[in-house]
Design a binder for this molecule. Structure first.
Ligand code: NAP
Ligand code: 8YV
Length: 314
């Protein structure tokens, strides 16, 4: 790479496709983590104009890079990046929206059906050789005659809704304002939505406005036949209240692709028979993770070629 090419820092892990693409356009600096103060001398830090990351980016990190122009974050959710502080310093933050919508929606539907029809348990039953001696018990729950509430009718929420429609189930939703062109029943609060449905799917970003909003009251409103699915962020749930609701039968079952402190699953969660937990795999196919890496890299390339990023966060 020529000396005049911009320098881009990769702190920690990065997808190989992004690293290769970035390597043909930029001088790359890589560090094993985001402790850039300790890892890089001042003159290298001063040369860095872009960051490509999937790690936590806080104020100290941003302050350590005086000539930083853009932070390209891997994933649509950018809760790990202090975007407000970046904005205050005129640094653009980009994410990777849309390319993963359908993939995450597929996983959500799969998780919902797995929870209700006990697919993981039935699979274990066969693996353990128990089919030879007995029939798998009928699932207590069914998806039939349910009404599904979607918490967050954004890009992915709408893709999930299309799949729920195909299952023949009515849909309602809550977000802070009704979405133009969406015909499903709108509720102006999460609690009212939870009272009206018996499946609740959370697909909202993790931030202070959503923190622990799925709480004891919401779970109680969902009711004893209730099923809760979370594919947004673990921070959206009061996990103590969820564990209690599952333990006491306040709701029937839950499925989580995300938890608050990944990958540390609380023992109280692992002990629950009516909880299915996935290791944050909503977008985790080779094809879609490559598309996300591509978009991340193209944001940096576009920024340094034209001064405009492709998918800056709002
Ligand atoms: P999006 O298009 O921005 O949609 C977010 C939705 O949440 C909007 O309807 C928004 O509506 C609503 N919302 C935001 N804050 C809210 C609040 N405080 N109260 C009520 N509703 C609120 O985002 P997206 O692309 O669909 O992605 C959503 C999230 O899914 C991401 O941020 C990420 O955390 C998560 N995600 C997880 C995976 C996974 O692998 N499990 C993969 C991709 C994404 P209003 O702003 O009008 O309220
Ligand atoms: C990824 C996600 O797992 O895009 C998101 O917000 O949660 C997932 O697609 C993650 O961001 C990248 O590791």
């Amino acid at each position: 790479m020529s000396n005049s090419a911009p320098t881009v820092l990769i702190p920690g892990w990065m997808h190989d496709h992004a690293r290769c693409l970035l390597g043909t356009h930029f001088n790359l600096v890589e560090t094993p983590d985001c402790d850039v103060h300790a890892r890089l001398p001042q003159e290298i830090r001063a040369s860095i104009r872009g960051v490509a990351c999937r790690t936590r980016i806080d104020r100290q990190f941003i302050d350590a890079l005086p000539n930083l122009e853009i932070i390209a974050s891997y994933g649509v959710g950018y809760d790990a990046v202090d975007a407000a502080y970046a904005r205050s310093k005129n640094i653009v933050v980009t994410n990777t929206p849309d390319v993963l919508n359908e993939e995450v929606a597929d996983l959500t539907l799969g998780l919902l059906i797995s929870v209700v029809r006990e697919i993981p348990k039935a699979h274990a039953f066969v693996r353990e050789g128990r089919w030879k001696t007995s029939e798998y018990p009928l699932s207590r729950l069914t998806l039939r005659n349910r009404k599904v509430g979607i918490y967050g009718m954004g890009r992915i929420g709408r893709c999930i809704a299309r799949r729920i429609e195909a299952c023949g189930l009515p849909i309602a939703y809550y977000s802070r304002r009704p979405v133009t062109g969406v015909v499903y029943d709108y509720f102006p609060s999460l609690l009212e939505l939870a009272h009206a449905v018996d499946v609740l799917i959370a697909i909202v970003p993790g931030n202070p406005s959503t923190a622990k909003t799925v709480n004891a009251d919401v779970l109680s409103a969902l009711g004893p036949e209730g099923v809760f699915i979370n594919v947004g962020r673990g921070t959206v749930v009061d996990e103590g209240a969820l564990i209690e609701a599952l333990r006491t039968g306040t709701i029937a079952a839950a499925g989580l692709d995300v938890i608050a402190d990944e990958p540390n699953v609380p023992n109280d969660m692992l002990a629950l028979d009516n909880l299915t937990i996935l290791p944050h795999i909503g977008s985790a196919s080779v094809a879609i993770r490559t598309a996300m890496a591509d978009l991340l890299a193209r944001n940096l390339i576009a920024w340094f070629q034209s001064g405009t990023a492709i998918t800056p966060v709002p």
